[in-house]
Design a protein around this ligand. Structure first.
Ligand SMILES: Cc1cc2nc3c(=O)[nH]c(=O)nc-3n(C[C@H](O)[C@H](O)[C@H](O)COP(=O)(O)OP(=O)(O)OC[C@H]3O[C@@H](n4cnc5c(N)ncnc54)[C@H](O)[C@@H]3O)c2cc1C
Length: 410
């Protein structure tokens, strides 16, 4: 078997290693000068390599077609991925939320380990950009690149999605798959900042909120809720809870929707009201605008004061009970209108891609073209943050690699 892997990203390198270990003659074609450009920047350069959890938890963290990955996760789970990297000489550690990182905190150590292993297995990485998959009688027979033509028996398409296109994954893989008959579920940015209507984000730009609860509502229905950390950007909101929320709304383009932030989730309205009352008593003769310093971050105070409708220079002792209660409701339900998701170049991943209906879940083989396999983000699967997206790359990469090498040509 001569197996060509298109793309030396996380999934392509994994597929190539396992195809070679299973006995295939493998080569990788990568358009960039170096393999693993995206892998090197994962986890802010620290490489959140997987999540040390069980298969059910992996699937739960894949809102986009999680069930499709059951077989792949079953054959190569998070613990298998950890053992794999440890064997390649990358010691790992598990942090908060079961997130796994190299002990060195360097994602580039993962790429370096792949490079060593590929070299050991005799797998060359050829620099070229693939433009077409060649087929004969419904079977893959080669590839055409910008520079050369390549003969092969199998092709593993591991070209990634469309997010962070400067890393090389700019969506060309979808065209390659489409040209041989595959359907592409519209790619959309996911794990991406959300754009918010109006000037509030700009006024709050850079402000991080910790220990807040968020909910995303649309037409009265709660689409998502979470607890954690977020940050305001010039156009909207970002940070862990927002990126996870985006995975729910971006896929179905559920915009506009409302982001409701509970700034004090640990206190119910009655307790918060008593707390505000106490602060007001301490600031009895001050202006309202100067009375919230203990309750809210400084940058947020003018915005909350404005939205409360209470005149900023009103003396605290003149504030009515109804005004105080509306302030409490505002702190428990600070609402922003979300108009859409940020662009692909800010998205951690792409939701959408090659339809899972046309891929065998056990082997990652195309149901339409013999000898064609898929691995990684090019497939219509997407997960939350926490190491789950790389785990998808590892599991599908191993499946595609082993299946391609073991395929018997009829
Ligand atoms: C900033 C950032 C941080 C992230 N952090 C994490 C994290 O910590 N944990 C986690 O689980 N996930 C993380 N992710 C997501 C994760 O990086 C991806 O899900 C994963 O890299 C997908 O692997 P892949 O092999 O499918 O695609 P990619 O890694 O994108 O690799 C695709 C490769 O194919 C090449 N290619 C594309 N088209 C062609 C062509 N026509 N010819 C030749 N070569 C081609 C590209 O140049 C590229 O090298 C992060 C993503 C980003 C952008």
């Amino acid at each position: 078997m001569k197996t060509a892997v298109v793309g030396a990203g996380a999934s392509g390198m994994m597929a190539a290693v396992w195809a070679a270990r299973a006995g295939s003659d493998v080569f990788i074609i990568e358009r960039n000068d170096r393999p693993g450009m995206k892998l090197n920047i994962t986890g802010k350069g620290r490489g959140n390599v997987t999540n040390n959890c069980d298969i059910q938890t992996l699937i739960k963290n894949v809102p986009g077609n999680g069930r499709f990955l059951y077989s792949a996760f079953n054959s190569f789970d998070a613990q298998s991925a950890m053992a794999f990297f440890e064997e390649l000489g990358v010691p790992l550690k598990t942090e908060r939320g079961d997130r796994v990182f190299p002990v060195s905190d360097k994602a580039s150590d993962l790429t370096a380990a792949f490079n060593r292993e590929l070299k050991k297995l005799g797998v060359p990485v050829i620099k070229d950009k693939i433009l077409n998959i060649e087929t004969e009688n419904g079977r893959v027979c080669g590839l055409t690149g910008e520079k050369n033509k390549y003969h092969c028996d199998n092709v593993i398409l591991a070209c990634g999605g469309r997010s962070y296109p400067k890393t090389g994954s700019d969506g060309t893989g979808y065209h390659l798959a489409e040209a041989v008959g595959h359907s592409i579920v519209e790619p959309r940015p996911s794990l991406v900042p959300l754009n918010v209507k109006g000037s509030i984000p700009k006024r709050l730009e850079g402000l991080s909120l910790r220990n807040i609860a968020v909910a995303i509502l649309r037409q009265g229905k709660k689409l998502y809720s979470d607890f954690g950390e977020m940050v305001f950007t010039s156009f909207g909101v970002s940070g862990p809870v927002i990126l996870s929320a985006s995975a729910h709304v971006a896929r179905e383009k559920l915009f506009p929707c409302t982001l409701v932030i509970d700034l004090k989730p640990a206190l119910d309205e009655a307790v918060l009201d008593r707390r505000v009352l106490r602060d007001f008593e301490e600031n009895h003769n001050r202006d309202f605008a100067n009375s919230l310093g203990k309750l809210l971050p400084t940058k947020l105070i003018p915005v909350i004061v404005e939205l409360s409708g209470i005149p900023p220079y009103k003396k605290v002792h003149e504030i009515t009970r109804a005004e105080r209660q509306s302030l409490v409701s505002l702190i428990k339900g600070f609402s922003l209108e979300v108009m859409g998701a940020g662009p692909f170049d800010q998205a951690i991943i792409t939701s959408g891609g090659v339809s899972v209906r046309e891929i065998e879940p056990k082997t990652m083989a195309s149901k339409l073209v013999k000898g064609l396999y898929f691995a990684g983000e090019i497939i219509d699967v997407d997960a939350y943050t926490g190491g789950f997206n790389l785990q998808i790359a590892w599991s599908t990469g191993v499946c595609a690699g082993v299946s391609a090498a073991e395929e018997v040509i009829a």
